[in-house]
Design a protein around this ligand. Sequence first.
Ligand SMILES: [Zn+2]
Length: 329
Amino acid sequence: MPDVWTHLICGREVLKPVREDFREMARREMKLFNFGCQGPDFLFYYNFLPWAGDKRAVALGNRIHHESCGLFFRECLKYARTSPGEKSLVYIMGLMCHWCLDRAAHPYINYISGICRGDRPGEEKLVNNHKRVEAVIDSVLAKRFLNIDVRKVPVHREISLGDNLPPEVQALYSHVLPLVFGADCTSLAGAVVLNKSYRDMLAALRVLHDPRGVKRLAASLYDLVSPRVANMRYYFYGTPVSDPEAYLNEGNRPWCHPMDPGEVHHESFPDLFRRGVGETVEMINLSLRFVRGEAGEAEIGEKITDISHSTGKIHSDEREMVHFVPVLP
Ligand SMILES: [Zn+2]
């Protein structure tokens, strides 16, 4: 499944320079840390089959990605300060890895994949481009960092925590989500929805594991005859691309923020990845100082702000992401 590996590798890279006490704590709870590195994405898998009805958990996952990210993390840290426990702390720091990598890399990913809103002519070719781009990046990074072929290694094992989420993680969400998003998300923040989302994520990753490419082939045939553009095949890893430069930009060609054609960047994907890792390390160090009473609310309020996972901008900046040059035909 695209993107899971990149987030796992980010967490692994964060653990190298991060303070030693946290590294040891994370290694004792490695799968939980890995699951934290997947961020709120597990909510996107709730009822993941297109015809399965209720998508409220998906909507909540989107809200956590875009709205009040700073408030969400500050409330998580306040919870960790008053309810100390290794598991919730390791999980929160995993979530921070997800946030820092997403906000650093998503403007670029969106620029090279485009965003399909479905209301413009010819846009249907953009359906699942984001997934397709992230799948390529996943396979390149997994080869470079871990020397593995993502088609062959079942990723769900890296984040498998048993039948249910640990009670500490459930308790964290049940406390924090209503504080940040209001009382109307109380039922969504309960054990039933959280555990089902987690189990649905593992089930989806198991289904998408396709070491012989048979399922991808079937999905390609479905795409050919499907009346609606779904581009289902892009959910499966394909043959590695021979030249990933169009995805990685290691030649540092200019690109712009999708919200602002005047904001020109030259970073490669690996540059953005390194930035995400560095920012996470700083944030974890600050967070641990806060949880241990060595930093105050003013300091986390100043440094942990409402930056959206998908735009990398403060959430109140409502400009639309409309400037992109998709790399894919
Ligand atoms: Zn995410």
